[in-house]
Design a protein around this ligand. Structure first.
Ligand code: UTP
Length: 179
């Protein structure tokens, strides 16, 4: 099972912040947003995280590439906690496929077909950070309980923000599950 993270979009709505810096690399407290998402994928039962990247967004790959020189320098200066953090992020089991043109989220997921084959997979987006790594196991549980159905996680938003999101409709089949 793979966890896919599409990250090849243009990030238009965050311009000019995203002119030279990928949206997924914007800082949230002490790490770029995409690091939280990769960590959520790795905490699940997925055996590999696959980032669907654009050739223009090399900073994402740099972030997950080992940097032994920096680790050595930090250790020489007694900054072991930072060295550990840099080492850890360089060792995450992350691979890449490329979407050469930003043709939308569905197309991005399709670009990873050689990784997923016909197996089920997770898709994690970088603009909603979910605490506690509880979302993927819950989605798997709902899928298992409904014959392997595809599951989309949604969240409530205030009425005045509904137009900014995709919206679901349907019949409730349990407290927090709709068909
Ligand atoms: P968004 O809907 O946030 O799109 O995509 P976006 O292109 O980044 O931003 P806008 O609409 O131009 O402001 C959700 C996730 O899907 C990825 C994005 O990188 C983001 O992480 N995505 C989107 C792709 O990988 N490819 C696409 O063609 C579109």
């Amino acid at each position: 099972m793979k966890a896919l993270i599409p990250a090849a979009g243009l990030g238009t709505r965050f311009l000019p912040a995203t002119k030279a810096q990928p949206k997924e690399m914007l800082l949230v407290v002490d790490r770029p947003a995409i690091q939280y998402v990769v960590e959520e994928g790795l905490a699940s039962d997925a055996d590999e995280v696959v980032i669907i990247n654009s050739r223009e967004k090399k900073a994402i790959e740099d972030h997950f590439t080992p940097n032994p020189e920096l680790v050595e320098l930090l250790r020489a200066r007694g900054k072991d906690a930072y060295a550990d953090a840099v080492e850890r992020v360089g060792n995450y089991n992350v691979s890449y496929v490329y979407q050469d043109e930003a043709l939308g989220l569905g197309h991005a997921v399709r670009c990873a077909h050689e990784k997923t084959g016909d197996e089920p997979f997770y898709v994690l987006l970088g603009d909603v950070l979910v605490p506690d790594n509880k979302m993927l196991p819950r989605m798997q549980e709902v899928s298992d309980a409904h014959g392997g159905a595809s599951v989309i996680a949604v969240m409530p938003v205030p009425d005045d923000q509904v137009s900014r999101f995709g919206v679901i409709a349907g019949a409730a089949v349990a407290d927090d599950v709709w068909k």
